[in-house]
Design a binder for this molecule. Structure first.
Ligand code: G3P
Ligand code: MG
Length: 249
């Protein structure tokens, strides 16, 4: 059975403000296999790494990401909401992140946040950046919005894509296949043996989010899912070592 990969969800987001450079650096230091991050577009069409469409929760700003230029967003404090220790942390652009990421030996999951606001051209803008930084061969693009995945495949059919969902659906695997997606990224409560089997049969990768509890980590490792997304990559690595040891004993 292949090793279950561990993706740091929004970086090591339990230890540092989500989707910021400290969270990504801690993910790398923890030994995570990959990083998951969320992308939205600014008013001047710069992809930035932030989970919410609205600035309120994770910065000292107000209003929507799409209503500000990147230069305006850069001056916001994106760390104090988490802890005063991170008051000098700002929103990072995808470009700035990739300048760091391309020197790391990790995988990347770019989640296009197009399920609330369907940002015009986000797919091609993100694709060009990934290409420019030579990371396309270790990146998967995911989205809750199937239209985003279809658009990405039109740009380049060989870019790996993943359909994201938290909704139980009878023919989920077939639906993902119909989008030409290469993987399914599903919420942990949708995970069962049957889904693992169907994904194996239909040759589609199965990755589970957000797995923070040791009991759920154990379940994922036991079922042999392809990857998990976790806010606590250091704990997931420890649990994976224990699971491997248990298997050998
Ligand atoms: O990509 C997995 C997960 O990040 C999807 O949900 O809301 O945490 O971006 P969310
Ligand atoms: Mg996400």
């Amino acid at each position: 059975m292949a090793k279950t990969m561990i993706f740091a969800h929004r970086g090591a987001s339990k230890l540092a403000p989500e989707n910021t450079m400290p969270a990504f650096e801690l993910a790398q230091a923890s030994g995570a296999d990959g990083i998951e991050t969320d992308v939205q577009l600014t008013k001047d069409q710069i992809p930035v790494l932030i989970h919410d469409e609205n600035l309120r929760r994770t910065t000292n700003g107000t209003g929507f990401v799409q209503d500000y230029t990147y230069a305006e967003l850069e001056s916001l404090d994106a760390g104090s909401w988490f802890s005063s220790e991170f008051s000098d942390v700002s929103i990072v652009s995808l470009d700035a992140f990739l300048r760091w990421f391309k020197h790391q030996s990790m995988f990347l999951n770019i989640e296009l946040k197009t399920n609330v606001i369907e940002y015009k051209d986000i797919e091609s803008i993100v694709y060009e950046l990934l290409k420019q930084h030579h990371v396309l061969d270790r990146t998967v693009i995911s989205s809750f919005n199937p239209r985003s995945l279809i658009r990405m495949k039109k740009i380049n059919p060989s870019v790996p894509t993943a359909f994201l969902t938290s909704t139980k659906m009878i023919n989920l695997v077939d639906y993902a296949k119909s989008l030409n997606a290469n993987a399914l990224h599903v919420k942990h409560r949708l995970l069962d043996k049957r889904l693992v089997k169907q994904c194996k049969e239909k040759k589609i990768k199965l990755r589970i989010y957000t797995v923070n509890r040791p009991s759920m980590m154990k379940k994922c490792y036991k079922l042999g899912v392809d990857a998990i997304f976790t806010d606590v990559p250091h704990e997931a690595i420890e649990q994976r070592m224990l699971a491997e040891k248990h298997r050998k004993d």
